[in-house]
Design a protein around this ligand. Structure first.
Ligand code: GLP
Length: 244
């Protein structure tokens, strides 16, 4: 059973870490780079960041954000696009400058795709790399849209969505056949370059993937297992991974 208290506590702790990091950077006249995820999992974290903005004067003026991924082909106003999601659940409620927000485009022409993806990587690097990366996880162990088969040295690219991912998204799109077939995702290498990572996973249906990611072999069949190579990952879960 999902424990809402546990989820809220994780959200509060991560939000407080982000708050502290933003304030520290501010004092040094520096900016913070956040890597952001979509899905239902990080919503309580975004709610807590909004609360801190409204009630504790947390300003995001010195923050840059890079989202992990976006579906190909959807308009940015589509209710299932990650552009729409991020504005609805976070950006519309805080004072982050629009120019500081980066989300992969859903509408890159094939001929510009390679340059576009290299440019996304370059932007991250030019801003000093991702300081704090927020992650969820798919039931198939994907991170962002790094589907099974993604290499540990992959960078931002277009990828075909896995059938489990499409099945999980089917109801939101009104059926399996309406789920976009491709997405642009940051790569595993991009994600592993972040200085600090919080992976959030709640509910029994995520337990198997998390268990394998932490305790299993490092394999491209379960891209989240590559996080074992990173020395600063916090796994924020609401179940005991040592039980069946
Ligand atoms: C999508 C996103 C992932 C996210 C996953 C899980 O596939 N691309 O970044 O982690 O969904 O979503 P949820 O948190 O709704 O379970």
């Amino acid at each position: 059973m999902i424990s809402q208290d546990t989820i809220d506590n994780h959200a509060k702790l991560i939000a407080f870490q982000i708050f502290t990091a933003i304030e520290q950077k501010k004092q040094n006249n520096e900016h913070l780079v956040l890597g952001l995820a979509t899905g239902s999992t990080p919503i309580p974290l975004y709610q807590e960041l909004i609360r801190l903005h409204q009630e504790a004067n947390l300003s995001f003026e010195n923050v840059y954000t890079f989202n992990l991924d976006e579906y190909c082909g959807l308009s940015e106003n589509h209710s299932e696009s990650y552009h729409y999601f991020m504005h609805k659940h976070l950006f519309d409620h805080i004072d982050i400058p629009t120019k500081n927000i980066f989300i992969p485009s859903s509408k890159v022409e094939p001929v510009f795709l390679k340059d576009y993806c290299v440019g996304y990587e370059k932007h991250i690097q030019e801003l000093g790399g991702i300081d704090i990366q927020i992650l969820g996880i798919g039931r198939n162990g994907h991170i962002g849209f790094n589907e099974p088969g993604s290499s540990g040295v992959s960078i931002t690219r277009k990828i075909e969505l896995h059938h489990i991912t499409k099945r999980d998204a089917a109801s939101a799109f009104g059926g399996f056949d309406f789920v976009p077939t491709h997405a642009i995702t940051m790569g595993m290498k991009t994600i592993l370059s972040a200085k600090q990572i919080y992976l959030m996973a709640f509910g029994e249906n995520k337990k198997q993937a998390i268990k394998q990611a932490i305790l299993g072999d490092i394999t491209d069949e379960l891209p989240a297992s590559f996080l074992q190579h990173h020395n600063n990952v916090s796994y924020c879960v609401d179940f005991n991974i040592n039980t069946k």
